[in-house]
Write a protein that binds this ligand. Structure first.
Ligand SMILES: NC(=O)c1ccc[n+]([C@@H]2O[C@H](COP(=O)([O-])OP(=O)(O)OC[C@H]3O[C@@H](n4cnc5c(N)ncnc54)[C@H](OP(=O)(O)O)[C@@H]3O)[C@@H](O)[C@H]2O)c1
Length: 242
């Protein structure tokens, strides 16, 4: 499953699932561009990839800021693999969701991937192909209290994946989704018993390690997935199946 000679952009590569994806893509031979807002964490990931003999660089960008999205899209326009992973997930009842919360969720989770793809996918198509993988969630498939705006933003990414498959698939660009279940990342570290309650509803009866989600992403990025277009791969321990 080598990615030797490929270049990959991983948004939200400074933490959690994105960090694991960046490490694994680099391990498989890709040159990885890690992006996020936090320069210190970004440089730590780059140093770790370097220490393991991989090749990576960091570009700081705030995906809630459209100027940054445009700048990042320009700087990483010619990647072979785009992983739309950066995400925000404020858990809040609908009536307590402010306009600011709502806009942030849709800016980072939908608008930024939309415009990164708008720059990168046509250039992949012009070169004969590429792979785009976006990270969704089980909350896009099942109703989860407190996650309405978040679930809707990820359902939007799943719908975009189908549209992009129709638009760019014929030119060799494979666009797919990985939809994780509860995963042990810094974002969930403070959830405590709520995280345990969530994993109790998962047939696998545990949360995922970020590495298990990264494995699904790397598979979809690789030629092993050469006939997989427009799919949602549920890496959720079986949660949406039951
Ligand atoms: N953990 C789970 O249980 C789970 C389950 C299903 C789906 N997911 C999805 O998986 C993805 C990663 O989640 P995670 O758990 O790994 O979260 P995490 O540890 O909090 O990491 C989130 C990443 O997104 C980046 N990010 C957040 N806001 C950003 C912004 N405004 N601009 C640029 N980057 C931004 C962060 O980078 P900086 O802080 O450096 O900006 C960080 O690298 C998300 O899309 C999430 O919805 C997670």
């Amino acid at each position: 499953m080598t990615l030797q000679g490929k270049t990959a952009l991983v948004t939200g590569g400074t933490s959690g699932i994105g960090r694991a994806v960046a490490m694994k893509l680099a391990h498989r031979g890709a040159h990885v561009i890690v992006t996020g807002r936090d320069k210190r964490r970004g440089e730590e990931v780059i140093a770790e990839i370097d220490a393991q003999g991989g090749n990576a660089r960091f570009i700081a960008a705030d995906l809630a800021n459209f100027d940054d999205v445009r700048r990042l899209a320009g700087a990483a326009a010619d990647v072979d693999v785009l992983v739309n992973n950066a995400g925000v997930f404020p858990g809040r009842p609908t009536e307590q969701t402010t306009e600011k919360d709502f806009d942030l969720v849709f800016d980072v989770n939908v608008k930024a991937p939309f415009y990164l793809t708008a720059t990168i996918a046509p250039r992949m198509a012009a070169r004969g192909g590429g792979a785009i993988i976006s990270i969704s969630t089980m909350a896009a498939t099942i109703g989860m209290s407190g996650l309405a705006a978040y679930g809707a933003s990820k359902a939007a990414i799943e719908a975009l994946t189908k549209s992009w498959t129709a638009e760019y698939g014929p030119q060799g660009v494979r666009v797919n989704v990985v939809a994780p279940g509860p995963t042990h990342t810094p974002a969930n570290a403070a959830m405590g018993e709520m995280f345990d309650a969530l994993t109790a509803t998962v047939p696998a009866r545990r949360g995922a390690d970020p590495d298990e989600i990264a494995a699904a992403v790397c598979f979809l990025a690789s030629d092993e997935a050469s006939f997989i277009y427009g799919a949602v791969l549920h890496a959720d321990g079986g949660r949406v199946a039951v």
